[in-house]
Write a protein that binds this ligand. Structure first.
Ligand code: AMP
Length: 280
């Protein structure tokens, strides 16, 4: 396994692999790796001859400077894990490698970014699109792997590749959300939870699962109101939003069509913001 910091060097090495007809899988991450990341990485290692994992905490997707400051970083530990997983290359660039100049590009996502994360984290998805488009330019991947944990991000990335990057030949592959045994979706931010917040956090998924089992007998408005009340009843949890949206448009719906709707939620556990979703 090689750790590469220079984007030109990485493109050159990967182009040689491509010329040798070796398939390339790519897993973009912000590091502080957990089983959620590892599940995507194992899939890439299984499906491709070469796997590249990027570790880059992208400043342009953080709307809260404090969140960016506190984001966990541990390249040595991540590298140890990735070596064990038989990853071929880690791309760990400095900011100037990704943004030699200030990135002023503005993307239009046809409304996909107007709800939920896009509404509450202004500019977040524009930053995601900036970094993902740069990474996909640098890394000539056959497949790039993303988690369903970030449901809206996945929709945005697919839209970006389809509408803004016709020149690349990378297939977007999605992997299921990996959870702790008690249901909490794995996240690098879980490291910030205090003991009591960590104990409270599984209420989020357990509540979503409770209403998933009741989609046929309850109205959207009832589900939303009850779910929010249930979570907010815990003194350490505060719901920022809970929306039930159409899987394609990401717009809130007032009637659930099974298999075409997803419940998406953001909850503060103390100061830590957690997101999750469930298919309805
Ligand atoms: P991040 O490092 O948070 O930017 O995440 C990198 C990739 O891992 C993204 O595609 C995420 O959706 C995915 N990911 C993060 N957490 C999980 C999880 N618990 N299960 C599956 N994928 C995840």
């Amino acid at each position: 396994m090689k750790i590469i910091k220079n984007s030109k060097e990485l493109t050159q090495i990967l182009t040689e692999h491509k010329n040798d007809n070796e398939s390339i899988g790519f897993v973009p991450t912000m590091g502080a790796l957990h089983e959620g990341h590892i599940s995507l990485i194992r899939r890439s290692v299984n499906e491709n001859m070469i796997t590249v994992v990027s570790i880059f905490v992208n400043p342009t997707q953080f709307n809260d400077p404090d969140d960016l400051d506190k984001y966990p970083r541990n390249l040595d530990e991540d590298a140890r894990l990735l070596k064990y997983e038989k990853v071929n290359y880690i791309f760990a660039p400095q900011e100037a490698e990704i943004y030699p100049e200030k990135d002023t590009r503005r993307f239009d996502f046809n409304g996909l970014d107007e709800t939920m994360e896009g509404k509450y984290r202004k500019g977040h998805f524009n930053g995601v699109a900036q970094v993902v488009s740069r990474l996909l330019e640098i890394i000539p991947a056959d497949r790039a792997y993303f988690g369903q944990k970030d449901f809206q991000q996945l929709a945005i990335v697919k839209y970006l590749v389809k509408n803004y990057m016709p020149q690349i030949d990378t297939k977007i592959v999605e992997g299921p959300t990996i959870r702790e045994e008690d249901g909490l979706a794995m996240s690098s931010r879980n490291k910030h939870l205090s003991k009591s917040e960590r104990l409270a956090a599984p209420i989020i998924h357990n509540t979503l699962a409770y209403y998933q089992a009741r989609v046929n007998t309850m109205k959207v408005e009832e589900i939303k109101e009850e779910a929010v009340n249930k979570i907010n009843a815990h003194p350490l949890l505060k719901v920022e939003y809970f929306e039930i949206v159409n899987n394609e448009t990401l717009q809130p719906i007032d009637k659930i069509i099974p298999g075409q709707s997803t419940g998406c939620i953001a909850v503060y556990a103390g100061k830590t913001r957690l997101i999750d979703n469930i298919s309805f």
